[in-house]
Design a protein around this ligand. Structure first.
Ligand code: ATP
Length: 240
């Protein structure tokens, strides 16, 4: 699957866009107020490169999910900046941020979040249809082929195994040809054999299609599929 180039960048961002897909600079995230205030991210700076597979690890409560949510524009940080494919998220309106998430970012979660009444191909096409577009059937087929589900297009989630459902979710994440796929514990609900298949698939998509993946995981073995491990503790990067 070809990697889509974003809108024509201005000269100043060309150099950064060639290698850096997601850049966090001094990102702070705070929940609650007063004595109940929690600093979830305490000045996090990290860059995720194009065509690379990064794992984000760290103890429970260290800020992994918050980092993923801020990097993906799901949460707005209290401070610092997030840049995706040369676009700074803090300058965007809610509508522009929604469009950027829809067009440039893929998400895969522990729960597959498929619509049970829809077939695999309808689930894959759903995000684009919700955006008022009809993806060409060839693109839906290509996305299902890319995750090894050729021939399963007409199956509903209940007719697919957990690993196959997660692969449908991955095909759905790929249909917009995103700049980056954020995966939050993508194998958390899968047995070890199926986990391995999903991780091998992510690895192959990075190696063969130039996909950029940022994956939060607790699992050292899963992290072993990544090119690089970013470790958090108490809302700070302690190694990367
Ligand atoms: N909505 C929220 N309201 C208040 N505090 C929150 C909220 N979300 C996260 N936190 C706090 O922010 C800190 C970081 O949470 P986060 O979920 O990012 O950690 P994590 O490393 O992903 O944890 P886990 O591995 O358990 O999922 C924790 O102390 C958590 O309690």
């Amino acid at each position: 699957m070809p990697v889509r180039r974003g809108p024509t960048p201005d000269r100043g961002t060309v150099a950064a866009m060639t290698t850096q897909t997601v850049v966090l600079r001094d990102v702070r995230a705070v929940f609650g107020t007063g004595t109940r205030q929690v600093t979830a991210l305490d000045g996090v700076s990290v860059t995720f490169e194009r065509g690379r597979f990064a794992a984000v690890m760290g103890p429970s409560g260290s800020g992994k999910s918050t980092l993923l949510h801020c990097a993906a524009g799901l949460d707005r940080p209290a401070g610092g900046t997030v840049t995706i494919d040369g676009t700074r998220l803090d300058g965007l309106s809610e509508d522009a941020l929604t469009r950027l998430r829809r067009d440039r970012i893929g998400f895969v979660f522990q729960a597959f979040n498929l619509v049970s009444a829809l077939t695999a191909e309808q689930n894959v096409a759903l995000p684009m249809r919700l955006a008022g577009r009809r993806p060409p059937a060839t693109e839906v087929t290509a996305a299902l082929d890319a995750v090894g589900l050729t021939g399963r297009a007409g199956h509903r989630p209940s007719e697919l195994s957990g690993g196959e459902q997660q692969r449908v979710a991955l095909a759905r994440a790929l249909i917009s040809r995103p700049a980056v796929v954020f995966a939050d514990e993508p194998t958390g609900a899968l047995d070890s054999v199926t986990s391995k298949q999903v991780l091998q698939l992510l690895r192959a998509l990075v190696d063969e299609h130039g996909l950029t993946v940022v994956m939060v995981t607790h699992d050292q073995e899963a992290a072993g599929y990544a090119d690089r491990i970013v470790t958090l503790a108490d809302g700070r990067v302690v190694s990367c």
